[in-house]
Design a protein around this ligand. Structure first.
Ligand code: ZN
Ligand code: ZN
Length: 235
């Protein structure tokens, strides 16, 4: 309740005093060009062993993949203070414009790595919020990022079909015993994905469990390959 109230106040503040950069607080866009330029991009590598040269961030053949997704592309690190400030403002302070601005950065990165891959155009699917969380926040930050990506890549967005069926407690609180249940927090009821590679979009990846559960549901929808793309990777 207290947290909700603070987030409500931050939203009001954002509306009364618009136009300040979330990182340097100068008047201007919600994350200014100078702070955006300072965000360091990570190399696109196997996310498990860190081996270079892995187009699309595919988990390499030497690594045992514990996830239901096949690759991971993270734009930057959550330790990066400018990126962290921007993502915090996007998620908790109603700074929706940031989703679009950061999404364009991620879109350029995805387009560059996709040139190594001669397959079909991928489908962009934002990680959905539970309807209850969506009501609380009014918007899905992953969808805003996805819209930013699509303005650069022109790839299609599919924002219906993948549903979060259980209201989830933060994953740090989940014990090993709950993992099995954790895998069933998403369900897919959309068009057949058999002939498509899916790029699943989220703002931050931490343990990878949530993205993996979503990827599992997407594989039920027929896709053989799911690449997770996020703005930040938290280690
Ligand atoms: Zn700034
Ligand atoms: Zn590897």
């Amino acid at each position: 309740m207290y947290k909700k109230f603070i987030s409500f106040l931050q939203k009001i503040e954002n509306n009364i005093f618009p136009g300040r950069c979330a990182a340097c607080h100068q008047t201007g866009p919600a994350i200014c060009p100078a702070c955006r330029a300072k965000i360091k991009s990570l190399p696109i590598i196997c996310p498990l062993c860190g081996q270079k040269e892995s187009p699309l961030g595919i988990i390499c053949s030497k690594c045992d993949n514990p996830y239901s997704f096949d690759g991971l592309i993270a734009y930057g690190s959550y330790e990066d203070s400018n990126l962290k400030a921007a993502l915090h403002a996007l998620k908790y302070q109603g700074a929706k414009e940031i989703g679009y601005l950061l999404g364009k950065m991620l879109g350029r990165r995805l387009l560059a790595t996709w040139r190594h891959h001669r397959g079909d155009t991928p489908i962009l699917i934002p990680l959905p919020l539970h309807p209850r969380r969506l009501r609380e926040r009014d918007y899905n930050q992953a969808l805003l990022l996805t819209e930013g990506i699509a303005t650069i890549t022109k790839w299609p967005i599919q924002s219906v079909g993948l549903n979060r069926t259980r209201y989830q407690v933060p994953s740090a609180r989940l014990g090993y015993r709950n993992r099995q249940q954790h895998d069933k927090i998403f369900a897919y009821k959309g068009d057949d994905l058999s002939n498509h590679i899916v790029i699943l979009i989220d703002d931050v990846i931490t343990t990878g469990e949530t993205a993996s559960a979503a990827a599992l549901a997407l594989k039920d929808g027929g896709t053989k390959t799911v690449i997770v793309a996020t703005m930040a990777r938290a280690s």
